[in-house]
Design a protein around this ligand. Structure first.
Ligand code: UDP
Length: 329
């Protein structure tokens, strides 16, 4: 198969590339390198990997790359709390218009490639529920600012993908990704685990935002990409949002404690008010656990990585060497 990955030099994009290269596929990755980096490909066999630097909105090679692809993963997006808060216009421009341009280009093909339009657990907005199930009513509080623009851009991506499925029969899957973590993730845009790992290994205080009682469910990126591969290959999944994540839930304070304990670090924990961590505009969900029932009904997917295993792997990879730009090895 030939695979096209937009945002291919990003964290999840690079793991998709690695996953498909290992299966013997060839990969074209395109990325504007705004948050992605070519360093993610170090150690990759480049003989079946082709890379282009381009903005998804202006990329001249889009039509021909789409024509060659058997499958497309659309990962190009403005992500990360710090970047989302700093660049709100880019969030809509890239996430909504970029997705529209890609969908339109795919819909013109006679032979339609399989397509993954990635959504996010952030679409659940302020929904207060112990378990986030796909069909649940969504609650937003736009006056609280912050992630609302990002959440709505991802919800719009779902609506766009569903529209193209309805009108052009696109074989499109719409995964809602829950907190992927693992090698090559950068802490520079706010993501918590690479920040904690780097802080613990450098003996710096771990910066817990708020009181640390907020929960997240972290999924190793290698499990995430395996699930995406299975999901899009399953026609029954086309056109409907499906949670992709690990239902194990942990408070951010316990995550900090776990990283300190497993790395043997002397670091302390520092509580930082949300407003100080992110600036004035702010909201976030306090609890986030996916139901993965639908994913398991549609695919044979099983998690391989536990959170402990992921953290130990990151500690081993980065004990000697943390990349200066904040990205993990
Ligand atoms: N967080 C934290 N310290 C940090 C960075 C993030 O306590 O240095 C918290 C953040 O406020 C959130 C959780 O960790 O409650 C997960 O943040 P991340 O940005 O990784 O993902 P998201 O908020 O999108 O779930």
């Amino acid at each position: 198969m030939h695979i096209l990955i937009t945002g291919g030099a990003g964290f999840i994009g690079s793991h998709l590339a690695e996953h498909h290269l290992a299966k013997g596929d060839s990969v074209t990755a395109v990325d504007d390198l705004s948050t992605g980096s070519l360093e993610v490909f170090s150690g990759f066999d480049r003989s079946r990997l082709f890379f282009e630097t381009a903005d998804i909105l202006t990329w001249q090679g889009l039509e021909s790359a789409v024509a060659k692809a058997d499958r497309i993963y659309h990962m190009a997006a403005v992500v990360g709390m710090f970047r989302v808060l700093k660049e709100p216009i880019e969030v809509t421009r890239v996430n909504v218009l970029g997705t529209e341009r890609l969908l339109e280009s795919v819909s013109k093909r006679d032979h339609l490639p399989e397509l993954v339009v990635t959504s996010s657990s952030s679409v659940y907005g302020h929904t207060a529920s112990e378990e986030l199930i796909e069909g649940i009513d969504l609650v937003y509080a736009p006056e609280k600012g912050g992630l609302t623009a990002y959440a709505l851009s991802k919800l719009t991506n779902e609506v766009q993908a569903m529209a193209y499925r309805q009108i052009h029969s696109l074989p499109v899957s719409i995964p809602r990704l829950f907190n992927a973590v693992g090698p090559r993730q950068s802490g520079n845009y706010g993501f918590v685990l690479p920040r904690f790992i780097k802080q613990a290994l450098s003996g710096l205080p771990l910066t817990v935002y708020g009181d640390g009682t907020q929960t997240r469910s972290f999924c190793d990126v290698r499990d995430t990409v395996a699930a995406l591969d299975m999901l899009v290959g399953e026609p029954e999944s086309w056109g409907i949002p499906v949670n992709v994540g690990n239902p194990r839930e942990i408070t951010i304070l316990d995550l900090a404690r776990m990283v300190i304990e497993r790395s043997g670090s002397n670091s302390s924990i520092e509580f930082i008010p949300f407003e100080q961590g992110y600036g004035s505009q702010f909201w976030q969900i306090t609890q986030r656990r996916p139901s993965v029932e639908l994913l398991q009904r549609l695919t044979p997917f099983q998690h391989v990585w536990t959170l402990e295993k992921t953290i130990d792997d990151l500690i081993t990879r980065n004990r000697v060497n943390v990349v200066p730009d904040g990205r993990l090895l």
